[in-house]
Structure formats: C-alpha cells, structure tokens
Design a protein around this ligand. Structure first.
Ligand code: HEC
Length: 188
C-alpha cells in the first residue's frame, strides 16, 4: 500500500474514534442532566398528586415542567425539552429530526427493547451550528394515566380540554412510549 493512502486511512480512523469518544462523553453528560430533570419532575408530580389531587397537579405539568426544563438547561448549558408523537402542548411538537428519532424508538420498542433503555444521540447540524443531539424515551407509568390514559375522569378531563384544545396526548397505556426528553448542545 502506498504511504499517503495509509496516512489518510490512519487519519480517518483517528478522527472517527475521536468523534466516537466525543459522542460518548457528551452522552454521559446529557444522561446526567436528563436524570436530574426526570426525577425532579416525577417527585414534584407525585407529591402534588398526593397532597392536592390531579386537578391541581395539572399545574405541575403545565407550569413546573417547562420551568424545571429551563432551570436544567441553564445549569447544564444545553437546551432540554420534552416532545412526543402525540403532544398535549403544540409547543412540544417534534422537529423533523426528533420525529424520525421518535419513530425509530417505536420500532425499537416493537422489536422488544425495554422502553426505559431506549436512547439515541448524534453529532449533526442544527440552525447552522454543529450540535450534539440526544433523545431518551419516556415510559408511561400508572401515575401518568390519570392525565394521559384512555379514560380521563372529570374534572381533570374538562380542565385539560380548556387548557389544551388540541390535546393529542391521551389514550396511552402503561408501558407505552409517552414521549421523549430531547437535548441540543451547541458544539465549538
Ligand atoms: C396531572 C396531570 C398529568 C399527569 C399525572 C401527567 N401529565 Fe404529562 N402532561 C400534562 C400536561 C398538562 C402537559 C402539558 C405540559 C405543557 O404545557 O408543556 C403534559 C405534557 C407531557 C409531556 C410533554 C409532551 C406533550 O405531550 O406536550 C410528556 C412527555 C409527559 N407529559 C409525560 C408524562 C409522564 C411520563 C407522566 C407520568 C410519569 C405524566 N406526563 C403525567 C399533565 C399530566
């Protein structure tokens, strides 16, 4: 083999593994941020459901969830949000990249992968920036069904309809993918 070709191959290999390790490091960092947000959200929701009931707990999802996401975003220097194939709040609607990842997640679930382990990351471009993007599936648990399940009792149902006239986030069962956390970090 001619030397220049060898050098090119070596160069490619080195840059490939450098990217792979950059991706792995970013994935680890992002998992931490998502874990913090996920457990804070769940704890806040559960305590509100217990102390004030589901009607008041709507405010936790309505107001607290975006607040907490903003807090974590600022702390971690990345943009953190939630999205879904069936959104309640249109502001959470997926962009084309998120849509294809959410569809990929449904295929992986259908192939038997446990929902709580489904995640995906990629270094790509977004709005002209080189970015790291990460998504992690959010499983539907019992506690979610009161507001996202097949039968939503009054007065919760009426309140949800009032706040979200275009609500598509109902009809879920335990174990379904309710949506996903989604993260964008701008790279140098
Ligand atoms: C008390 C009612 C209530 C419960 C219980 C609840 N949610 Fe929600 N959920 C909402 C509301 C309200 C929104 C819209 C939030 C917003 O405006 O951003 C929402 C939005 C979401 C979103 C963002 C995507 C979208 O549809 O707009 C996800 C993901 C989500 N919920 C997952 C869950 C999961 C998982 C659980 C159970 C652990 C859960 N929710 C329990 C009321 C609830």
């Amino acid at each position: 083999m001619k030397k220049p070709i060898l050098y090119i191959l070596l160069g490619l290999l080195t840059s490939f593994s450098a990217h792979a390790s950059e991706n792995a490091q970013l994935t680890n960092e992002t998992r931490g941020a998502i874990k913090a947000l996920g457990s804070e959200l769940k704890a806040t929701l559960q305590s509100a459901m217990k102390s004030e009931g589901p009607l008041k707990a709507i405010a936790v999802c309505n107001v607290k969830a975006p607040e907490l996401a903003k807090k974590v975003s600022t702390e971690k220097g990345m943009e953190v949000g939630r999205t879904s194939l069936k959104t309640r709040n249109e502001l959470n609607a997926p962009d084309p990249w998120e849509l294809s990842v959410l569809e990929q997640f449904e295929h992986r679930k259908a192939d038997g992968e446990p929902v709580n382990r489904i995640e995906y990351s990629e270094v790509t471009t977004h709005n002209g920036n080189r970015v790291f993007r990460y998504m992690k599936a959010i499983p539907t648990d019992d506690v979610c069904l009161m507001c996202h399940g097949k039968q939503i009792a009054e007065p919760v149902s009426a309140e949800l309809k009032k706040l979200y006239p275009n609500d598509r986030a109902t009809g879920f069962s335990k174990g379904d993918i309710r949506g996903a956390f989604t993260v964008i970090k701008i790279l140098e």
